[in-house]
Design a binder for this molecule. Structure first.
Ligand code: C2E
Ligand code: CA
Ligand code: CA
Length: 521
């Protein structure tokens, strides 16, 4: 064993051979009185300065020895530094520098390790996605966001000190833990969620986030580790879809839902490409005159005879699948062309998804479509919800200001359902506030709601904005809203969303007929 080691180590082998050779030469020198002979020779050749040459050779030998030792030390240092650099590179390749947690590449190595060596062990995989991190990041800045992510990593490590914890992306984490037979994975998942929800101190500011967690069991849910990670992700998406702060165990049925969603996404992609999704138009009535003041374009996707998919279902899908820009542009272009057929006094109201509000080019895109179709900006009203205004306030202010400068009006949609406060809303200038349907439904039974509606209308007036009430279904609701001073109304009482040709007929009829409030279609 030792001999083999000697064989493999060249430096040691050389030292060994040289030591034997040296000992041999020394033995021979002793046996043959080499030193005495040399001494005599040096004496007898004093005139040739042989003793000085001998000294010089000796000194050179000692110096060479010192030199060799020093180079050896240098070499050792160099090797140590190189090993350190390699270790650093290796660490960087497998870790996230911000949190010091392992990264996706390290997860792939874990996969190989588990499949090759730990075949019989049982693990649980938690897929964790933070809720509301982006909002906190916007509020406290990127440095604050970094502090929060480090705190999240620290909390995860303190809950499961023996687990492997990975940061896979911005606010995506994965925990891989050994699973003893008695382990309650759901309970631990909930504990992780609750721990992550405890407020964070970010540079003196308190920030709160949520977490959506899905988990899968390896090898029970899948004997393929990669697949098992995918299962945990599927469970996490299901948890996220159910609202924030949920912990879901993977179930096979979730896979079907994901597949169905993928199929719908493909159908949606085709429908957008083929312009199958078209705008319908719901009348908006001037409550003082009873005339059609405008139409709100509402997207309709017809899938069969009298069969429609509601935008509530496909707009969200278009947003998450990155199709919303194309869909929105198509709809606006079509809506402008349809609206050109209406009298000049009738406006087009068009919904803009909050997802579009992060794009500073939004105003430019809208203006390009108006220019292409020849639709005048002052006849267009953009409906936006509060969600559009909280992600990137600066971008939203910039976009809205640009749009208003061209003459486009801005309506705040679904007012009363958002979470932003008034001081936040006061940063923006609105032309119209649309009172959410929820108020209109309940205010007859609830006098407090009536007071709130009155206050909102007053608030709108104070901000220089008019008010539209949505979802008016009964004559009583209409009378009440009129008495409160609401300017415009919209709802089934006046008509549902109509296809373009019927909307055109509706305004033509209305132009011929004078005031008629209750002419529901
Ligand atoms: P929204 O902008 O608040 O639109 C009003 C919704 O209320 C419409 O549903 C409309 O059909 C419905 N509605 C109108 N009057 C009444 C009523 O009296 N009673 C009841 N119960 N409902 C009424 P719809 O068309 O299903 O649209 C749902 C949401 O989808 C819209 O809410 C809007 O946020 C979004 N949406 C629709 N079309 C578009 C679009 O072209 N682009 C974008 N980004 N979003 C759209
Ligand atoms: Ca709307
Ligand atoms: Ca609305």
């Amino acid at each position: 064993m030792q001999m083999r080691w000697l064989k493999n180590n060249r430096a040691l082998r050389d030292a060994f051979v040289l030591a034997i050779l040296g000992t041999l030469i020394l033995s021979l020198a002793i046996v043959f009185d080499f030193h005495e002979h040399l001494d005599n020779f040096l004496h007898s050749h004093e005139y040739m300065q042989m003793d000085e040459i001998y000294d010089a050779i000796n000194i050179m030998g000692v110096m060479a020895l010192i030199y060799a030792v020093r180079r050896l030390i240098d070499q050792k240092d160099e090797i140590r530094r190189r090993n350190q650099a390699e270790a650093n590179m290796d660490w960087l390749a497998n870790h996230d520098p911000l949190t010091s947690l392992r990264n996706r590449r390290a997860l792939e190595s874990s996969e190989r390790m588990l499949q090759d060596r730990d075949k019989d062990s049982h693990h649980v995989i938690y897929s964790i996605d933070l809720d509301g991190f982006k909002k906190v990041n916007d509020l406290v800045g990127h440095q604050g966001g970094d502090i929060l992510l480090r705190a999240v990593a620290h909390r995860l490590q303190s809950i499961l000190p023996d687990a492997d914890i990975f940061r896979l992306g911005g606010d995506e984490f994965l925990v891989l833990a050994q699973r003893p037979a008695h382990m309650n994975c759901l309970q631990i998942g909930k504990h992780i969620m609750q721990t992550l929800c405890v407020p964070y101190d970010v540079g003196g500011m308190t920030s709160e986030i949520g977490a959506s967690i899905g988990f899968a069991l390896y090898p029970e849910d899948s004997a393929d580790f990669n697949d098992a990670v995918h299962c945990a992700d599927v469970a996490m998406y299901a948890a996220k879809k159910a609202g924030q702060n949920n912990v879901y165990a993977y179930e096979r049925i979730m896979e079907h839902r994901v597949m169905r969603r993928a199929e719908t996404e493909m159908a949606l992609r085709r429908a957008i490409r083929d312009h199958v999704i078209t705008p319908y138009y719901q009348p908006q009535i001037d409550l003082k005159t009873g005339r059609v003041h405008g139409f709100e374009a509402l997207a309709r996707w017809q899938t069969g005879p009298a069969q429609y998919v509601s935008p509530a279902d496909f707009i969200e899908l278009a947003e998450s699948a990155g199709l919303i820009v194309e869909l929105s542009d198509n709809l606006l272009r079509q809506a402008c062309l349809d609206a050109l057929q209406w009298p000049d006094s009738v406006r087009l109201a068009f919904n803009i998804s909050p997802k579009l509000f992060i794009d500073r080019q939004l105003g430019l895109r809208i203006m390009t479509i108006l220019a292409e179709t020849g639709y005048p900006p002052h006849r267009l009203e953009i409906e936006i919800t509060e969600t559009a205004l909280i992600h990137d306030v600066d971008a939203a202010v910039h976009i809205l200001r640009g749009l208003r400068e061209t003459g486009i009006r801005i309506a705040l949609d679904d007012f009363g359902t958002g979470y932003s406060n008034l001081s936040h809303l006061s940063k923006f200038q609105f032309d119209k506030i649309k009172l959410d349907r929820g108020f209109v439904i309940s205010f007859e039974k609830d006098t407090k709601q009536g007071d709130i509606v009155r206050a909102i209308i007053g608030l709108g007036q104070g901000l220089g904005a008019v008010t539209t009430a949505e979802g008016i279904e009964t004559a009583q609701q209409l009378d009440f809203l009129k008495a409160l001073g609401c300017d415009y109304g919209q709802g089934y009482l006046f008509g549902r969303a109509l296809p373009a040709d019927q909307a055109k007929e509706r305004v033509q009829e209305a132009a011929d007929k004078p005031t008629d409030h209750h002419s529901a279609a």
